[in-house]
Design a protein around this ligand. Structure first.
Ligand SMILES: Cc1cc2nc3c(=O)[nH]c(=O)nc-3n(C[C@H](O)[C@H](O)[C@H](O)COP(=O)(O)OP(=O)(O)OC[C@H]3O[C@@H](n4cnc5c(N)ncnc54)[C@H](O)[C@@H]3O)c2cc1C
Length: 557
């Protein structure tokens, strides 16, 4: 059995940043990931990372844009930290070695992004996440900390007092389970995009950390707040980054009209994502779409700019939609992209469970509220990853001997053995598809109680059927079939929480639009929703929103 002071689960940007910081504080740190670290989903981030760095910009302006973008549901103390610490975070990344694009004066160049009143998004072409992740990984390797690559966490482990003191994890290469003890665990396990089908997220985005924390007793906050990105491809749901609109692309309906003039006369295509996605969906629902989509037109940008600044977007459109954006508009529609909700933490990543911290997309600190502004997520990973690493390192100094029972490992072994021995039954892939399609159909851009109840009933049915899911591959080495089944359990629990939270919030705010409660209702719902695990399903409750200086106003773009 091995033991560390701080165990970081997740090697995306949040996990790596947390591990680097904890290590810097002089404690023993390990980082564990179900995929090789540079394959983590942060790799997919395209458009950029926000900071108020230029002389004519200010952290207050960045913070206000974020508060407004959140539809006043974001906690303003956390948003102030995000915006204040952003410039330093970008400079730190630059010093690590990230080769951000430059402007004509040789200074860091920025681009426009949705909901922002200044061009404050810093970028590396349209592969910003990949560029930062690889540099961060180099920094991580330099420290010599322990990495557990391709280890899949199946359970959080508690001591007798109920504090989180490690994990049970499967070494995917051998299939063997291990008890890894730790004085503190930081979850940085990313989002849960694949609870929906399709999604812009990779297949690995199954919300494992959120589900593990939830079942262990951690609170999940604002899980109804699911972001639908306005520009995803119809077939496979792949993302065409907001950078396209940031560089000047138009959205057109079937009549060639720039319809955003009607919905957001000031910001047009660069209104916040919830506003643009709703506008697109209305155009499509009212018959002004093109085969269930609207059109993203970049032709006027010219080949040179497209090839210099948006090469990946051109390649994606060409490969998956057969459209060359230099010559033709590409059909796009709103698609599941991000979860604003997650494991409730304070501004140092602490959860309500002793010994457990969280950061990045799996966490809810809560800087995004009802709607995340583009390019604020990468920023959240580095700002709050760093804070969680520092806080966990400080915390472990006061933790004595770690005493956890070996029974945790034996129980997990028995559970996995039981799954492998199940007779031929339901197929996990079929259940996953039904779940994803149910969520897309009923818990989408627009929601009603009727639709949400349909989704709730379906998720219950799928949870029943999950009890009969069998694992086709009975081996232990690289058993992706088994991993898929374990991930499905996590996803079903999260789908249940998303639906229950969406039913609970009886108003429209940010990305959560209830056609049966069409208005924002500050009197009753300027509140966070929190879900607690019970054997009978999620118990819903509320928590106050922290307002520091920006009182809620009507939101217009
Ligand atoms: C296509 C796309 C483009 C985007 N572009 C931008 C952008 O331009 N700007 C921006 O700000 N945001 C963007 N985002 C959002 C942003 O990329 C993510 O929110 C962010 O990168 C999440 O980082 P993370 O560190 O929290 O998680 P991830 O990078 O997803 O990492 C999660 C880690 O957890 C590990 N893990 C998960 N479960 C387990 C388990 N059970 N056991 C062990 N390890 C586990 C994984 O292996 C991985 O290492 C984009 C998102 C998408 C989908």
């Amino acid at each position: 059995m091995v033991q560390h002071d701080v165990l970081v689960v997740g090697a995306g940007l949040a996990g790596m940043r947390a591990a680097l910081e904890a290590k810097k504080q002089g404690v023993d740190v390990a980082i564990m990931s179900k995929v090789y670290p540079v394959r983590s989903h942060s790799n997919a981030a395209q458009g950029g990372i926000n900071a108020a760095l230029s002389e004519d910009d200010s952290w207050e302006s960045h913070a206000f844009d974020t508060v407004k973008g959140s539809d006043y549901l974001g906690d303003q103390d956390a948003i102030e930290i995000l915006a204040r610490e952003a410039p330093q975070a970008i400079i730190e990344l630059e010093n690590f070695g990230v080769t951000f694009n430059r402007d004509e004066h040789g200074r860091l160049g920025s681009r426009n992004f949705g909901g922002a009143s200044h061009a404050r998004t810093y970028f590396v072409g349209d592969f910003t996440g990949q560029a930062i992740l690889h540099v961060m990984f180099e920094q991580l390797l330099r420290t010599g900390l322990t990495t557990y690559d391709e280890w899949f966490v199946t359970q959080l482990v508690k001591d007798d007092a109920g504090a989180i003191r490690g994990v049970v994890a499967m070494d995917i290469r051998t299939g063997q389970l291990h008890l890894v003890k730790a004085k503190a665990v930081i979850l940085a396990t990313g989002g849960m995009g694949r609870v929906y089908e399709p999604s812009t997220n990779a297949l690995i985005c199954t919300g494992d950390g959120m589900a593990l924390a939830y079942r262990a007793g951690a609170l999940l906050m604002d899980m109804e707040m699911v972001q639908f990105h306005p520009t995803t491809l119809k077939g496979n749901g792949a993302l065409l980054s907001e950078a396209a609109r940031g560089e000047g692309a138009y959205l057109l309906n079937k009549d060639g009209e720039r319809f955003m003039h009607k919905y957001a006369p000031n910001k047009l295509e660069l209104a916040s994502r919830d506003v643009v996605s709703r506008a697109e969906q209305i155009e499509i629902n009212e018959g002004r779409g093109v085969d269930g989509c609207v059109l993203l037109d970049l032709r006027h940008l010219g080949a040179e700019k497209i090839m210099e600044r948006l090469p990946q977007i051109r390649e994606l459109a060409l490969e998956f939609a057969g459209v060359d954006i230099i010559h033709e508009p590409v059909p796009v529609r709103p698609g599941m992209h991000y979860i604003m909700g997650g494991i409730k933490t304070d501004v140092w990543g602490k959860t309500n469970l002793d010994g457990l911290f969280a950061a990045g997309e799996c966490a809810c600190v809560n800087v995004h509220g009802g709607n995340r502004l583009g390019a604020n997520s990468l920023l959240e990973t580095v700002v709050f990853g760093k804070r969680a690493g520092a806080a966990a390192a400080e915390y472990v100094k006061s933790v004595g001997d770690v005493r956890v029972s070996e029974a945790w490992l034996r129980d997990e072994e028995a559970r996995i053995e039981g799954l492998l021995k199940r007779p031929e039954g339901e197929k996990a892939a079929a259940l996953r598809l039904e779940m994803g399609q149910t969520m897309t159909r009923n818990v989408g851009v627009f929601r009603t109680e009727e639709q949400l109840l349909v989704a709730q009933a379906k998720i219950q049915e799928l949870k029943q059927r999950y009890q009969r899911v069998s694992v086709g591959d009975k081996g232990r080495v690289f058993n992706t079939n088994l991993q898929f089944v374990l991930e499905l359990e996590n996803m079903l629990d999260l789908a249940e929480v998303v639906v229950a939270s969406a039913l609970f919030r009886k108003e429209s705010r940010g990305a959560h639009t209830r056609l049966d409660y069409p208005n924002r209702d500050d009197a009753n719902w300027l509140k966070h929703t929190v879900a607690t695990y019970t054997a009978a399903g999620p118990r819903l409750d509320t928590r106050p929103v922290t307002i520091t200086r920006w009182e809620p106003q009507e939101r217009k773009y």
